[in-house]
Design a protein around this ligand. Structure first.
Ligand code: GLV
Ligand code: GLV
Length: 323
């Protein structure tokens, strides 16, 4: 029989073509909006493979609903906290994901967010449109620059490294990082391993590029914001869950820190009435780290390649090691 796959959304064409070429039987939630959980539970029944996104909650119920035929879950993301990995492991389900292919796009967006926040680009553009800008003024719309700055990276993984490489040419003075362990590749960008506390105290820019897990959940809170410089700019391009957002609001509103740039929040989207969206010193983007055309197509293709390899009993190009 033809192996079957359920796809939880409209996805870029490259992955779809690969699944068609492999003659897989495709069912799909044919929409740009997320699949409702009950539809997802129905959609996966009896399928060999699941092609999902970070917006899908692949919990025990979904995996159970799929049944014993389910061999592989391919998520079109580098993050995987939306999948119950323990359940996958206990059932022998293989999990594929999309590391590496989105590293450059996400690092680029992280730098964009850093510049947008420090140089007040969003605030400035809004002032031009609203007519608030009346004249070039020596003291107006000033912010800290990157030249000479100390930049701290929390989680020097693939995206952290790629961000660091892009920041070096801006003439930053010091690059420091923290994480579970020292990284050999840090030498390449002349990054110095420091304690989390030292990083908070010394950085002009604090960049979170760590995965969301038990160790990083709520890592950025009142205690950590209090240790940062009052001029510090906090950037998050990992997951909203690493931040206590109520604390971040207080820290920004009371100028305990200078500004924040977030590509990720909890929930996504934030309701328009959310306090963070009322702040001039906070730039919030709609989780677009990997959103360049080529990257999204490549992510779609890699997800399909992972799925095809698994149903054919071959090694996956990007298989997640289950804990
Ligand atoms: C994006 O956030 C991803 O996990 O791919
Ligand atoms: C700025 O435009 C300058 O000329 O200094």
């Amino acid at each position: 029989a033809m192996p079957s796959v359920y796809i939880t959304r409209r996805v870029p064409p490259r992955g779809l073509s690969l699944l068609q070429q492999r003659q897989m039987q495709i069912s799909q939630w044919d929409s740009d909006a997320p699949v409702p959980q009950d539809e997802l539970m129905k959609g996966v029944v009896g399928k060999d493979a699941l092609f999902c996104l970070l917006t899908d909650k692949i919990d025990k119920n979904v995996i159970q609903a799929a049944g014993p035929q389910l061999k592989v879950i391919g998520t079109m993301s580098v993050g995987y906290e939306h999948i119950d990995l323990a359940e996958c492991k206990s059932r022998g389900i293989i999990v594929g994901y999309t590391p590496d292919v989105l590293t450059d796009a996400t690092a680029e967006l992280t730098v964009a967010l850093l510049l947008a926040t420090s140089r007040r680009i969003v605030e400035g553009a809004a002032a031009v449109k609203s007519g608030e800008w009346s004249t070039w003024a020596p003291l107006w719309m000033c912010g800290p620059g990157l030249h000479g700055a100390t930049v701290g990276v929390v989680g020097l993984g693939r995206i952290g490294m790629a961000t660091a490489r892009r920041l070096r040419p801006f003439g930053i003075q010091r690059l420091i990082y923290t994480g579970r362990s020292e990284k050999a590749e840090a030498k390449e960008v002349d990054a110095e391993f420091v304690s989390f506390e030292a990083l908070l105290q010394q950085s002009d820019f604090v960049i979170a590029t760590c995965p969301l897990n038990e160790q990083t959940k709520g890592l950025f809170n009142m205690k950590t914001f209090s240790q940062m410089k009052r001029s510090a700019i906090f950037i998050n391009s990992s997951r909203g869950g690493v931040v206590d957002q109520d604390d971040l609001y207080t820290a920004l509103n009371t100028r305990l820190i200078g500004a924040a740039g977030l590509d990720v929040t909890v929930p996504e989207p934030l309701p328009p009435s959310h306090p963070l969206l009322s702040l001039a010193n906070c730039v919030v983007l709609p989780h677009i780290g990997s959103a360049n055309n080529e990257t999204r197509n490549t992510m779609s293709a890699l997800t399909a390649q992972n799925i095809i390899a698994a149903v054919d009993g071959k090694a996956l190009p990007a298989q997640l090691t289950l804990p």
